[in-house]
Design a protein around this ligand. Sequence first.
Ligand SMILES: NC(=O)c1ccc[n+]([C@@H]2O[C@H](COP(=O)([O-])OP(=O)(O)OC[C@H]3O[C@@H](n4cnc5c(N)ncnc54)[C@H](O)[C@@H]3O)[C@@H](O)[C@H]2O)c1
Length: 254
Amino acid sequence: MAGILAGKAALVTGGASGIGQATALIMAREGARVAVADRTEDSAAATVAMINNAGGQAIAIGGDVANEADVAAMVARTVAAFGRIDCGFNNAGIGSRPGDVRTRTHEMSQEKFDNMLAINLRGVFLCMKHEIIAMLQSGGGAIVNTASVAGLIGLPTSAHYVASKHGVVGLTKTAAMEYAQDNIRVNCVNPGYIKTPMTDPFMAERFDALMTKVPMHRLGTADEIAEAVVWMLSDKASFMTGASHVIDGGYYAA
Ligand SMILES: NC(=O)c1ccc[n+]([C@@H]2O[C@H](COP(=O)([O-])OP(=O)(O)OC[C@H]3O[C@@H](n4cnc5c(N)ncnc54)[C@H](O)[C@@H]3O)[C@@H](O)[C@H]2O)c1
């Protein structure tokens, strides 16, 4: 298929849902072959079916991004299926869950903190590590990590999430510097409040209060993040590396 990712092979984590699913679909629309990874192969299958039914080419991969053996296998399966990996979208992540008790820093358990960091930060580190190993062998590539506006500001009662997303911004900047001479670009996207299954559970109760902080007074859509991510992964963004790309209806500017 023609498009800004024509001929490229891509891996998306968290591709079963929300921002990851939207990005996998737009990657395929723009010509990429897409490996859709999520916790289980079954959960990734619906996204793969949508791509294949539309005439694209995709495979489903199951695995936990917090586990290095699983991540190494995700990258190996992508390379086995498509011959290389040109684009990595390291997006799998968790937020607060329905029923979570909101705690300030002094009340937060080590377990709650460690669980968030294992998925949101170690997961991105492991994905970058194994994608970069493959990209060094094939001559280059582009990576986008999903951070958040919470990677740039503090959010009371979210120390674990904020720490994980600030960490993603730091990993992104460091890898951008380390691999600029290897034809590998590394950026992150920093969404504000986006309508996905992650935010649906608490929006009913908190929408009005949260929207007072967003100049556009609405949630973003997963497609509004995905379009930018696909562009950042394409050769159109050839001078962009180490950047945090905020997409948030004006929240961070306000
Ligand atoms: N929705 C928002 O408002 C918003 C804002 C800023 C940043 N983000 C970030 O965007 C990313 C995607 O979130 P979303 O809103 O699309 O949520 P989502 O819950 O719809 O999708 C997240 C996906 O990641 C997968 N996942 C979670 N843990 C995993 C693991 N250990 N291994 C493999 N897959 C795993 C889930 O199964 C799910 O399919 C996350 O990193 C999130 O922190 C979301």
